[in-house]
Write a protein that binds this ligand. Structure first.
Ligand SMILES: CC(C)(COP(=O)(O)OP(=O)(O)OC[C@H]1O[C@@H](n2cnc3c(N)ncnc32)[C@H](O)[C@@H]1OP(=O)(O)O)[C@@H](O)C(=O)NCCC(=O)NCCS
Length: 138
């Protein structure tokens, strides 16, 4: 298995992976918005590939102050083989190279599997913080 940067032709396979892994897709996951992401820090959007099949993916983000992790997903039949941690560690390495000191991930409260995963690999919940947001466009 190798980890490489996402290419736009991967989009259908990665979208299928997101859905198969149970991620909730948002308007920002449409092709046009993914293209916007690639204009910014394409080197942080990674896939784990084996025999031309995409088994996992992660979208990293760097806003100049914090690193972010979005849409980490591994195909269900390939979970618990170290693919998730491999993707996260590679994003972390790339974020550090850009100057990041901290990386955050947003996890739904109901997604215990994800919070257990992040806890196991060194991430802490931040109960003193709440997430706030506003829709700017559809
Ligand atoms: C969360 C997810 C990406 C983890 O990927 P993965 O490839 O299965 O995880 P790894 O094999 O790298 O696991 C590394 C360690 O994390 C911990 N871990 C992983 N999954 C876990 C689970 N379901 N419960 C508890 N601990 C878990 C374990 O300590 C594991 O090491 P071990 O297998 O040696 O015990 C995967 O379960 C997934 O795609 N879930 C659905 C999508 C999702 O919820 N994504 C997160 C959105 S925020």
């Amino acid at each position: 298995m190798k980890i490489r940067e996402f290419r736009i032709e991967d989009y259908p396979m990665v979208r299928d992976l997101w859905q198969t892994a149970g991620l909730i897709l948002r308007p920002g996951d449409e092709l046009e918005d993914v293209k916007l992401k690639l204009q910014r820090d394409a080197d942080l959007f990674l896939v784990a590939e084996q025999d031309d099949e995409i088994l996992g993916s992660v979208i990293g983000g760097w806003d100049g102050r914090r690193g972010w992790i979005y849409h980490l997903a591994v195909r269900p039949e390939h979970q618990r083989k170290g693919i998730g941690i491999g993707l996260v560690r590679e994003v972390e390495r790339r974020l550090v190279a850009k100057g990041a000191k901290k990386v955050n991930a947003q996890v739904y409260k109901w997604n215990e599997r994800s919070s257990e995963f992040f806890k196991a690999i060194g991430y802490d919940a931040q109960p003193d913080l709440i997430m706030i947001g506003k829709q700017l466009r559809k």
